[in-house]
Design a protein around this ligand. Structure first.
Ligand code: FE2
Length: 294
C-alpha cells in the first residue's frame, strides 16, 4: 500500500485569527509566509507552511495535510482510498506550493489532504520566539477511538506505536513515535498540537520565554511514559492547547523497537498496550490538571 510519510500541515479556524498569528510568530517563532483574505500561512523551514489559520465561529482543527513519498503515485493513492468505500476529491492548486491534492474526511470529520511535496520553500529558522524544529503531532478527543484508529492505519498507512488501555492510541507514519494520537472521551474535537524543540535546554528556554510573555503552563515539564517525550503544555489564544516536546521515541522500523534510551523500562521498548497507570502519562509523577481536559 502507499503510506503517508509525514505530517505536512494542520489547518485551524478560530474567532480571532490576528491574535493567533501574533502568537505563532512572536511567541512560537514560526514565520508568517503568506496572508490572503481567507487564510494565514505559517511556516517552519522547508515546508511552505506548517499551520494554516482562518476565521470561524469556534477554535477547531479542520484539516490535516500529509505527504506521500516522491516516487508514490497520487492517483494510485486516491484509488486505494476509494477502495475502502471512501469518497475522495482531487483539487488543483488548493494552497500555495501544493499543486495536486487528494482530499477526503476521516470518520470524525477532519479533512485529510494528501499530496506530494514538489516544491520546498527552504525558509530559515527565525531568530525570535521558541522556534521549534517542526510540527510534530496533532492529538484529538474522539467518540470512537477504534474506528478512527483503524481508519488511519488502513487508509493512510499509519502504524500503532502504543495504546493506553483501550481508549488512547498513538500512531506513527514515520520514525517518530506518534504523529496522531486519539483519546476516546465521548466527543470529537482537537486536544493539542505539538511542536518539537531541540532538547531539555530548549524546553527550559521555551518555558521561561512563555512565562515572560504571560503564558502559564497547564502541565509539565515532565516525561511521558508513552512515547517518553519531555513535555510542557500551555494554552494558546482562542483556547487551543500547544505542547512543546523533545526526546520523543524513534522507531527502528526494520527491527520493530524504539531506539534504546536510559529512561525506558522495557529493553527493548516495543509497541504495546500500557496499563492505565499514572506513569504511562508522566514518569516523573505529576498528573495533568482538570484544565488540560477543557
Ligand atoms: Fe502530545
Amino acid at each position: 500500500m502507499i503510506r503517508v510519510r509525514k505530517i505536512a500541515h494542520a489547518a485551524y479556524e478560530m474567532p480571532d485569527v490576528d491574535k493567533q498569528v501574533e502568537y505563532y510568530t512572536d511567541i512560537l517563532g514560526l514565520t508568517l509566509v503568506e496572508r490572503t483574505k481567507d487564510a494565514a500561512y505559517l511556516a517552519s523551514t522547508v515546508d511552505h507552511h506548517s499551520v494554516v489559520l482562518s476565521k470561524g465561529a469556534e477554535a477547531k482543527c479542520l484539516r490535516l495535510g500529509f505527504q506521500i513519498g516522491p516516487d508514490d503515485d497520487l492517483g494510485e493513492f486516491e484509488r486505494q482510498v476509494q477502495g475502502h468505500g471512501i469518497k475522495t476529491e482531487r483539487k488543483r492548486d488548493p494552497e500555495p506550493t501544493i499543486s495536486d491534492v487528494v482530499t477526503f474526511a476521516d470518520p470524525k470529520g477532519t479533512v485529510m489532504e494528501v499530496f506530494k511535496r514538489g516544491e520546498f520553500a527552504g525558509q530559515r529558522f527565525p531568530t525570535k520566539g521558541v522556534v521549534p524544529h517542526k510540527l510534530g503531532h496533532v492529538a484529538f478527543h474522539c467518540a470512537d477511538v477504534k474506528t478512527v484508529t483503524n481508519f488511519y492505519c488502513d487508509v493512510l498507512g499509519f502504524r500503532v506505536s502504543d495504546w493506553m488501555g483501550d481508549f488512547f492510541s498513538f500512531l506513527r507514519c514515520g520514525p517518530d513515535h506518534h504523529t496522531i494520537n486519539l483519546m476516546e472521551t465521548g466527543a470529537n474535537r482537537h486536544f493539542h498540537t505539538a511542536f518539537e524543540v531541540r532538547d531539555w535546554a530548549h524546553l527550559q528556554t521555551a518555558c521561561d520565554y512563555l512565562s515572560l510573555n504571560g503564558y502559564k503552563l497547564l502541565w509539565g515539564p515532565g516525561r511521558h511514559g508513552i512515547g517518553h517525550n519531555l513535555f510542557a503544555y500551555h494554552r494558546a489564544p482562542n483556547g487551543l492547547i500547544t505542547e512543546l516536546f523533545a526526546e520523543l521515541d524513534r522507531m527502528n522500523e526494520e527491527l520493530g523497537y524504539f531506539e534504546p534510551r536510559p529512561w525506558h523500562r522495557d529493553r527493548p521498548q516495543k509497541p504495546k498496550v500500557w496499563a492505565k497507570d499514572p506513569s504511562a502519562a508522566n514518569l516523573w509523577g505529576i498528573l495533568p490538571s482538570d484544565e488540560m481536559m477543557k
